[in-house]
Design a protein around this ligand. Structure first.
Ligand code: ADP
Ligand code: MG
Length: 695
C-alpha cells in the first residue's frame, strides 16, 4: 500500500531550505517541482560586481557601496523609521527603512562597516538609499564576478532565499537535452544545460542588454523549448480530444430550411460558406472545435441558430452561452422569435433569475424538453445537466476564462461523447496568436457585412461643443416632419476607478439630456439595474418608445436595434479601441446612414489623438484589433487573466514569430517520429500544468 502512496514522491524531499512556508510561496509561483525551479529564470539582473564610491556611483541603477555607520536612530517622521548615515572616503549618504524588525535595528551599530546594495537618489537629506540590502559580514570577500539574478517572486519570499532554492534545484536536476542533436544543430541552438546555468548567473563580462531584452542565444534556446512544449501540448490535446467521439449530426435541412424561408433576408455568401463549413464538421463523429470570426454586425447569430437547429434536427440539444446577461437575453429573445413558431423550446438560465423560474428551466433542460438552452456562465454550474448536449455555442469567447470553457465542455451528459463546439468572436485573432494558442482550432470567417449597410460616419468632437451636439441629436430624433424620427445611443464615460461614480454620471447625463430636450423620450440603462428592468428599457428602445437611450458600457456587446442610427460616446479617449469599435457597432445595423460622434475632453495626448483618429478613419475591426493588440498585449484576447498563470513565460508572440514557426513545424514531426522525445520534453516543461493549455 505504502508503495502506492509514495508513487508521487515529495519533489522537494528533505532538501534544506524547502520549509513549509517557503514551499507554499513557491507553489504560489507555480513552482511545485525542482524542474520548475530550474526553469524559473530571472526577469532582470543587477550588477553587484563593482564597488562604487558613495558620491561617484551612478543614480539610475542598483549599485554597491561600502562604508562606516556614522549614525543610527529610530525617528518618527509621519511614521516610525530607521535612519542611518553611512560614510566612505568620498562622502556620505542616508539610509532609510520604513519597515524594519528589531533584530534589523540592532545590526545598525555606529562604527560598524556595512555594504549596501540599492539605488542612490537625491532625497530631502542629500544622497539617500531607501530599503537597501545590507551586508554586515564577509565584507573582505571579493565581490562576485557574476551578475545577480532578480527573479519574479511573491510576497515574503526574498530574492536571496529564492536564489538559494534555485541553486539547490540546479544541483539536483539532471539537465539533459530533450531535443535531438539534429535539431539543436540545424537551428544553431546552444545546449540547454549551458543556457540555463548561464541565465541564472551570467558572468560579469557578458553584455547585459541582450540578457535583459531576452535576445541572447541562451534566451533563444529557452524560448524555443517553451514554444515547442506549447505546440506539443496543443497537438496532443487535439489528438486526445479526438479520441472521444462526438455525436454525428446529419443535416436534414428540415428545420434549417424552414428557418431560412421565414427570415426577411437571405444569407450573405460569406454566411452560407461558414454554415456549410460548420454543417460538415457537425456531421462527423470528431468533435468540432471551430472559431467563427466576423466583424461586429456581420451576422453571426443566425449562423449559430442554424448550427443549433442541426442538433435539434437530430433530436439533441444545443447550449448557447454569452458573457453578459444583456447579450444572453438578446440571444434568447432572438432565438425565441425565430424558432418558437417552429415549435422549438428555448430555455433560459441566468444568475439573476428567480429560483422557481430557474428550477423549471433546469428541469426542462435535463429532461430534454428544452432543445436549446441560452444563458450566461450560469449555464455551466454544477446544477445544470443536459439530457443530450450535442453542441456548445460560445459567443464572444475571449471574454470567458480558459477554465470556464473547460468546465462547459465537460457538460456533455455522456462521458464517452464530447459535444461539438463553436466559439464566436468579433475580435479577430492575429496570426501569431492563431498559430499558438488557437493552433488547434479551425477558423471560419464571415468577411462581408450584409448588403445595404451604409458605413458609419465617425466624427471627433471637443466636449466644449457638447450643448450644440445635444441640440443636433434632439433635432434628428424628433418625429417627422420636424425631425427624422431617428434613435440615438448616448454612451456615458467609463470610470474604471469607481462604479458608483460611473452610475452617478449616467444619471446626471440622463437628467441633463431630458432637461434640454423635454419633448423627447429618454431612457437610461446601466449595469446596476435589475435584469428585468434592463430588458424592459431595451425593449422600449427597440420598439421606438424611447428616442434616446443613455447607457453605460453595458450595451457594449451585441445589442441589436436596427433603427438606432446615432451614437454619441462620451469621453471616448478613456475607452479601448476594441471597446469603441464594439460600441460603434451598435449603430449601422439597418439600411439607414449612421453616425458616431466621439466626444473627447481636450487636450488629447499624442497617443490618444492617434487612437481616436484611427477610429475616425477605419471601420475595419481587423485593423483596429491589430492596433489594440499592439497597445494592450495578448492577454485581453486570450481571456487568461482569470487563470493567473501566464501561459508563456519567456517567448513573446510578437517578437519570436520565427521561433514559433520552427516549433510549429517541428512539433507534429516529433510526435509522430520520436514520441518518447516529445514526452520527455513535455514532462520537463509542463509537468502537471497541462490543464491550462487544454482550451
Ligand atoms: P454579430 O455578428 O455582430 O453578432 P448579428 O448576428 O447581431 O451580428 O447581426 C446583426 C444584424 O444583421 C441583425 O439584425 C441580423 O438580424 C441582421 N442580419 C444578419 N444576417 C443578415 C443578412 N444576411 N442580411 C441582412 N441582415 C442580416
Ligand atoms: Mg453578436
Amino acid at each position: 500500500m505504502s508503495e502506492v502512496i509514495s508513487a508521487t514522491p515529495d519533489p522537494f524531499r528533505k532538501l534544506a531550505g524547502f520549509t513549509d512556508p517557503n514551499r507554499q510561496k513557491l507553489a504560489k509561483l507555480g513552482l511545485t517541482r525542482l524542474e520548475d525551479l530550474v526553469l524559473h529564470l530571472p526577469h532582470r539582473y543587477e550588477d553587484e560586481t563593482q564597488l562604487y564610491g558613495i558620491t561617484e556611483a551612478p543614480h539610475d541603477r542598483v549599485v554597491v557601496v561600502e562604508g562606516l555607520i556614522k549614525k543610527s536612530e529610530v525617528q518618527i517622521r509621519h511614521r516610525r523609521q530607521l535612519i542611518a548615515e553611512v560614510a566612505d572616503k568620498t562622502g556620505r549618504l542616508v539610509v532609510r527603512f520604513l519597515n524594519f524588525y528589531p533584530s534589523q535595528q540592532k545590526q545598525w551599530q555606529v562604527g560598524k562597516s556595512v555594504r549596501l546594495i540599492g539605488e542612490i537618489k537625491h532625497g530631502f537629506f542629500g544622497l539617500e538609499m531607501v530599503h537597501p540590502r545590507a551586508k554586515f559580514s564577509g565584507l573582505d570577500a571579493p565581490l562576485g564576478n557574476q551578475f545577480t539574478p532578480v527573479y519574479p517572486t511573491t510576497n515574503g519570499l526574498s530574492q536571496d532565499t529564492l536564489a538559494k532554492l534555485v541553486g539547490i534545484a540546479l544541483k539536483h536536476v539532471l539537465l539533459d537535452d530533450t531535443l535531438p542533436a539534429s535539431i539543436v544543430g540545424a537551428y544553431k541552438l546552444p545546449p540547454l544545460e549551458k543556457s540555463i546555468r548561464f541565465l541564472h548567473s551570467p558572468p560579469v563580462e557578458s553584455d547585459l542588454y541582450p540578457l535583459t531584452a531576452k535576445t541572447h542565444p541562451a534566451w533563444k534556446r529557452l524560448k524555443f523549448d517553451e514554444l515547442l512544449a506549447q505546440q506539443l501540448t496543443l497537438l496532443s490535446n487535439r489528438a486526445k480530444r479526438r479520441e472521444v467521439p462526438a455525436p454525428i449530426l446529419t443535416s436534414t435541412g428540415q428545420l434549417t430550411g424552414q428557418l431560412l424561408a421565414s427570415l426577411p433576408f437571405a444569407l450573405t455568401p460569406a454566411q452560407s460558406r461558414v454554415v456549410d463549413e460548420i454543417c460538415r464538421d457537425l456531421s462527423r463523429n470528431v468533435p468540432m472545435q471551430r472559431l467563427l470570426q466576423g466583424d461586429v454586425g456581420s451576422g453571426k447569430t443566425i449562423v449559430a441558430a442554424l448550427a443549433a437547429l442541426q442538433a435539434v434536427e437530430n433530436g439533441m440539444q444545443a447550449a448557447f452561452m454569452a458573457p453578459t446577461e444583456l447579450l444572453a437575453e438578446q440571444h434568447f429573445r432572438k432565438l425565441t422569435e425565430w424558432l418558437t413558431p417552429m415549435g422549438i423550446r428555448i430555455g433560459w438560465v441566468s444568475g439573476s433569475q428567480k429560483k422557481k423560474e430557474r428550477e423549471t428551466n433546469l428541469a426542462a433542460i435535463s429532461s430534454g424538453e428544452v432543445q436549446i438552452a441560452v444563458g450566461t456562465h450560469a449555464l455551466f454550474q454544477d446544477k445544470v445537466s443536459f439530457a443530450n448536449l450535442a453542441l456548445l455555442l460560445v459567443d464572444e469567447q475571449h471574454r470567458f476564462g480558459v477554465g470556464q470553457r473547460l468546465q462547459l465542455r465537460s457538460k456533455g451528459s455522456d462521458e464517452n461523447r464530447a459535444p461539438h463546439q463553436l466559439m464566436m468572436s468579433a475580435t479577430p485573432i492575429p496570426r501569431t496568436l492563431a498559430m499558438s494558442y488557437f493552433a488547434d482550432l479551425d477558423v471560419s470567417v464571415i468577411d462581408e457585412l450584409p448588403p445595404g449597410r451604409t458605413p458609419i460616419v465617425t466624427t471627433l468632437l471637443d466636449n466644449r461643443k457638447r450643448e450644440h451636439l445635444i441640440e443636433r441629436v434632439g433635432a434628428a430624433c424628433r418625429p417627422a416632419p420636424a425631425g427624422q424620427g431617428a434613435q440615438a445611443y448616448w454612451v456615458c464615460p467609463l470610470i474604471e476607478e469607481s462604479e458608483a461614480l460611473q452610475l452617478q454620471t449616467a444619471v446626471a447625463t440622463h437628467e441633463t439630456l431630458q432637461a434640454m430636450l423635454p419633448d423627447l423620450r429618454i431612457g437610461l440603462v446601466h449595469g446596476k439595474l435589475p435584469p428585468s428592468e434592463k430588458q424592459a428599457v431595451m425593449r422600449s428602445f427597440k420598439d421606438h418608445e424611447l428616442d434616446i437611450l443613455v447607457a453605460t458600457t453595458v450595451i457594449e456587446v451585441g445589442v441589436d436595434v436596427p433603427n438606432a442610427t446615432l451614437m454619441v460616446i462620451d469621453h471616448a479617449e478613456r475607452m479601448g479601441l476594441a471597446q469603441l469599435h464594439q460600441l460603434r457597432g451598435r449603430v449601422g445595423r439597418g439600411s439607414k446612414a449612421s453616425y458616431c460622434t466621439l466626444l473627447y475632453q481636450a487636450p488629447l495626448g499624442e497617443i490618444a489623438q492617434a487612437r481616436l483618429d484611427l477610429m475616425r478613419r477605419s471601420t475595419d475591426g481587423f485593423e483596429i484589433a491589430r492596433e489594440d493588440l499592439h497597445i494592450r498585449g495578448p492577454g485581453e484576447l486570450l481571456g487568461n487573466r482569470q487563470s493567473g498563470v501566464p501561459l508563456l513565460r519567456f517567448a513573446d508572440l510578437e517578437r519570436d514569430t520565427d521561433l514559433l514557426e520552427i516549433a510549429r513545424n517541428l512539433a507534429p514531426r516529433l510526435l509522430a517520429e520520436q514520441p518518447e522525445v516529445a514526452a520527455a520534453h513535455l514532462e520537463r516543461w509542463i509537468g502537471n500544468r497541462t490543464g491550462l493549455l487544454d482550451a
